[in-house]
Write a protein that binds this ligand. Structure first.
Ligand SMILES: Cc1cc2nc3c(=O)[nH]c(=O)nc-3n(C[C@H](O)[C@H](O)[C@H](O)COP(=O)(O)OP(=O)(O)OC[C@H]3O[C@@H](n4cnc5c(N)ncnc54)[C@H](O)[C@@H]3O)c2cc1C
Length: 301
């Protein structure tokens, strides 16, 4: 890893941090040390880094706001890449937006609603970046972000930059082709127009309020732990199994919304891991339901 650090420093490819942990960079606030966090100072320099790094067998994780991640307590011996120090967030050409991955969706919504665009208000309460939202095909209130993606510019595993159209990204429920295959560099998005800006703002406030009532948004979490299985809501399954309010070490099933697992303070990643395993095992044994993680698990064996 010393060679990688040297390469980044010598070529002035960006900023580095060596003594951080997932606890500090994820919303769930758990997880072990990270060997290296790399903040590229330009996309071009990130590409240089990538093409140098790909000869090593160490892992690489691109992180957005870390709001959907459960990382293990073990040290992550690899590089976590964050684009958050890139300054350009998005630009507009005619009715299309070209959004950089580190742009928070809440910021983007606040900028484009006053321009007369709508539907983005459905996503504005998600604490993630456009890169993370598009990779996860994040959704809420019956909408999915993939609907608004026209194309992306991304890096594939071989280190080649390509344009991927909406259809090539294979969006489905909390899934896209991006996961495990691509690094998103720019997202081209289009939204419907509504000249009644006040109406969009009212809808935004209504949705924020709905979220506040239904979700433990003031607690430490990573959103929904499980995807909804066919024909069920994951929270209903967890509730029926008797897990509402269940505490496991420092982790807890939220009383307010059973699909949110919250950190009561001082939780270990392993507390969450075991709680998840227990819920899944009971769902299968007692209800014959396979629950799949919505959380992205990092660095578990
Ligand atoms: C309080 C709360 C409420 C939430 N509500 C919702 C909700 O309503 N709907 C919903 O869908 N989710 C929700 N979430 C979960 C989470 O916010 C979303 O999944 C969000 O899209 C993750 O964005 P992020 O930037 O934090 O991504 P991260 O958590 O950092 O990363 C998630 C995944 O995306 C990948 N990724 C990130 N950036 C890139 C990139 N540039 N290129 C390729 N891959 C990338 C990561 O490698 C990882 O696999 C909620 C979470 C919290 C804490």
């Amino acid at each position: 890893m010393e060679e990688v650090i040297e390469y980044i420093r010598y070529n002035n490819l960006g900023f580095l941090e060596e003594n951080r942990s997932f606890k500090e960079i994820t919303t769930l606030k758990v997880g072990g040390k990270i060997r290296l966090i790399y903040y590229p100072n330009s996309i071009e320099n990130f590409l240089k880094f990538y093409n140098f790094y790909k000869k090593y067998t160490w892992p690489l994780l691109v992180i957005g706001n870390g709001s959907n991640i459960l990382a293990s307590d073990n040290e992550y011996y690899g590089v976590v890449v964050s684009f958050k120090k890139l300054s350009c967030l998005f630009y507009q050409i005619n009715k299309s937006f070209y959004v950089f991955p580190q742009c928070k969706v809440s910021y983007f919504a606040k900028k484009i609603i006053p321009l007369g665009f709508c539907d983005i208000e459905y996503f504005a309460g998600i604490p993630g970046t456009i890169g993370g939202l598009v990779a996860m095909n994040a959704g809420c209130f019956g909408k999915e972000i993939g609907t608004y993606v026209k194309e992306i510019i991304a890096l594939d595993k071989t280190g080649e930059i390509k344009i991927f159209t909406h259809d090539e990204l294979d969006f489905s429920y909390r899934h896209s082709f991006i996961q495990d295959n691509l690094i998103v560099l720019v997202v081209k998005m289009e939204f419907p127009e509504n000249s009644d800006i006040q109406k969009t703002i009212q809808n935004y406030q209504y949705l924020q309020n709905k979220r506040r009532i239904a979700q433990p948004i003031n607690m430490i979490s990573a959103g929904c732990a499980f995807a909804n299985p066919k024909g069920y809501k994951a929270w209903e399954v967890i509730d029926k199994l008797g897990y509402r309010g269940k505490v496991w070490g420092g982790a807890k099933v939220s009383d307010k919304h059973c699909n949110f697992l919250v950190n009561c303070g001082g939780a270990k990643a392993d507390d969450f891991y075991q709680l998840i395993a227990s819920i899944k095992s009971d769902a299968l044994k007692k209800m014959q339901i396979i629950l799949k993680n919505e959380l992205i698990l990092i660095n578990f064996q």
